[in-house]
Design a protein around this ligand. Structure first.
Ligand code: SF4
Ligand code: SF4
Length: 126
């Protein structure tokens, strides 16, 4: 195809690029954006923390502060945490617009709500 023909074809065709951020792209399925935790099924097993390559996950496994601290500024979106979680608590969301200039705002805290077991279900040892 001649250059002139190619140029005239391109002149009247839609551009392949988007005017981002004014136009939003359609994200492909399987995109690994920010991981999110649904803590109700979390068993605080620490597997996600131990498997995370850049140490973006810090767990408090016991006590009233039991839960997970996730540091977005360290995450490399590898998805290892979601793959290893035995309870499927972690989802790699499709949120990808995550840039920021304040690292202190990139720390997410997920608390495990402790459920009080009614006394009638407690097994007493005495
Ligand atoms: S691997 Fe899953 S169940 Fe285990 S602590 Fe992490 S989020 Fe909770
Ligand atoms: S996606 Fe990878 S880097 Fe990010 S928290 Fe999970 S294991 Fe860590």
């Amino acid at each position: 195809m001649s250059i002139a023909r190619e140029a005239s074809k391109r002149l009247f065709s839609k551009p392949s690029t988007l005017r981002y951020p004014f136009e939003k792209p359609t994200v492909p399925s399987g995109l690994r954006g920010i991981p999110v935790w649904s803590m109700e099924n979390c068993i605080l097993c620490i597997l996600c923390q131990t498997t995370c390559p850049p140490a973006a996950i810090k767990m408090t496994p016991k006590g009233p502060d039991a839960g997970i601290e996730f540091r977005l500024d360290r995450c490399i979106f590898c998805g290892e945490c979601a793959d290893i979680c035995p309870k499927k608590v972690i989802t790699m969301s499709d949120r990808f617009e995550l840039a920021g200039d304040d690292r202190s705002k990139m720390v997410y805290s997920y608390k495990k709500t402790l459920h009080i077991i009614p006394e009638e279900y407690c097994v007493r040892s005495d």
